[in-house]
Design a protein around this ligand. Structure first.
Ligand SMILES: Cc1cc2nc3c(=O)[nH]c(=O)nc-3n(C[C@H](O)[C@H](O)[C@H](O)COP(=O)(O)OP(=O)(O)OC[C@H]3O[C@@H](n4cnc5c(N)ncnc54)[C@H](O)[C@@H]3O)c2cc1C
Length: 377
């Protein structure tokens, strides 16, 4: 395989960087401080195609692939991880699931406005008593008069309350089901946005379904197929979260390099000290390694190759690199790294969740180990 982005991919990355430097970065600290969901930014991204990168043109997308989607997520997250999370869930879970498994009618009705950025997507899998063990969900869907009557509680829904379209996972008589719910469906309620350690500009909320009627035609795939749909969707999501992690780590590195060149102690820039150099070098090397894993995995996905193990490796490594790099960035900045006027503490808070959502690092290790050892999960 080629280890270079092609000219079009370089153009996409450059366009995303220019947009994010201009529109996303200047408000990142403020939206984090005010816990303000960046809906305006999402609206501005839509005409540029950023909300439908990997979706075919037939369904309102740009017709690129996972790799191009990854480049956009990385650039958005380099400037604002909260905005990055919104894009990750929409672009790397909701849209691909509907494109891969939805009916023609679902694609026309839901995917086109999603890919064009007119509507925002979310997915609701996690429940208060069902996290890593997704097979243990308790939300129930019962078919009655051509409608599914859905009852249950979901938690930690990214874009919760702000998204228009929700992929809700439930269990019915025939097993696991994935259903499309719309905000405004009767008996679909949202909890208050959670107060998060990081990614504070996201809207992460509970979702309650209380005899919520979802039309039968909103079932994605066959009844009983949704565990497979969720697992496949999580592969794309993990690549997206890995790209988000690298974006955050890259921001921490660039800020640290700038600071090390300009902060003078003992009569010279601190970048002259080997101890500081070592931190910067370790950050840069690990970030480059994580990026290579992600791009390779995304390219494999685009070629239709099995990339379950590679996606877990990319997420595991990139998220841990983001946590380590943002911690080192605080050290490079000394006391200023601890101040809220500097972005380092935000980077460190934001990085943490990349090792949790889309399944925590322990689960990624389990997936990789099972594949390495040939165990069935
Ligand atoms: C900010 C945020 C946004 C999120 N967004 C969404 C969303 O949009 N939609 C959605 O459905 N969910 C979302 N989630 C949920 C997220 O995916 C879950 O938090 C995650 O899957 C872990 O589930 P849990 O929190 O219940 O932890 P648990 O599963 O209870 O795990 C607790 C601890 O035990 C460990 N553990 C569990 N099982 C094993 C095992 N077999 N082997 C080793 N260790 C194990 C875990 O790694 C973890 O350290 C979000 C979470 C957060 C924090």
């Amino acid at each position: 395989m080629s280890f270079r982005l092609n000219a079009e991919q370089v153009d996409i990355k450059t366009a995303a960087r220019e947009f994010c430097e201009r529109e996303v970065k200047p408000i990142a600290a403020q939206v984090d401080r005010d816990r303000q969901f960046p809906m305006e930014t999402i609206r501005k991204m839509a005409p540029l195609g950023f909300m439908g990168m990997a979706i075919s043109q037939e369904y309102g997308g740009c017709g690129f692939g996972t790799l191009e989607n990854t480049l956009v997520i990385e650039e958005v997250s380099r400037c604002c991880a909260s905005t990055g999370a919104t894009v990750v869930v929409h672009n790397a879970f909701v849209c691909p699931v509907i494109e891969r498994c939805g009916t023609e009618e679902q694609k026309r009705k839901f995917l086109i406005p999603l890919a064009q950025g007119e509507k925002l997507g979310a997915y609701a899998l996690t429940e208060p008593d069902s996290g890593s063990d997704i097979s243990s969900i308790r939300t129930r869907a019962q078919l009655r008069d051509e409608k599914f009557v859905v009852n249950g509680s979901k938690c930690f829904v990214t874009n919760g309350g702000k998204a228009d379209i929700y992929i809700v996972f439930a269990k019915g008589e025939e097993g696991f089901m994935a259903l499309i719910a719309e905000r405004g469906h009767e008996e679909l309620f949202f909890g208050k946005p959670e107060r998060l350690l990081g990614m504070r500009a996201t809207s992460t909320s509970s979702l309650y379904l209380n005899d919520c009627m979802i039309p039968r035609e909103n079932l994605i795939g066959r009844p009983g197929q949704a565990l497979e749909i969720a697992k496949e969707g999580l592969v794309d999501l993990r690549i997206g979260i890995a790209a988000q992690a690298v974006g955050i780590a890259q921001a921490a590195l660039e800020t640290s390099v700038g600071y090390a060149g300009q902060r003078v102690q003992f009569g010279q820039p601190i970048g002259r000290f080997q101890a500081i150099q070592r931190m910067l070098v370790d950050m840069a090397t690990e970030i480059e390694a994580a990026r290579s894993l992600i791009y390779r995995c995304a390219a494999m996905r685009d070629r239709g190759e099995d990339s379950v193990k590679e996606a877990s490796m990319a997420k595991l490594f990139a998220s841990e690199v983001a946590v380590r790099s943002t911690k080192k960035a605080i050290k490079v900045h000394g006391g200023y790294g601890y101040m809220r006027d500097f972005p380092l503490e935000r980077f460190a808070r934001d990085a943490r969740v990349t090792a949790i959502y889309g399944d925590p690092s322990e689960i990624q290790r389990n997936i990789i180990a099972n594949i390495l050892l040939g165990y069935k999960d």
